[in-house]
Write a protein of this length. Sequence first.
Length: 77
Amino acid sequence: MNNSNAQLIQNAINGLALVSDHQQDILNRLTQAGASRILAGQLLATSRNVDTLERVRAELADLLPNFIAAKISDWVP
């Protein structure tokens, strides 16, 4: 991965508040919403590779239909 791609990914992670100190909270919220720990981990891994909150919402909606993906915005400080 070149530096510009790495920087884009890092910016996306930072912008979505998916840095390490938030990961456990996000996993907990996903499991409380009905995801298994494995699925929650997959969702978090997927969301780390997208570049906008809207794409995270779309991933959540596709992978966890019963989850209200719009509420993810409540988790972003």
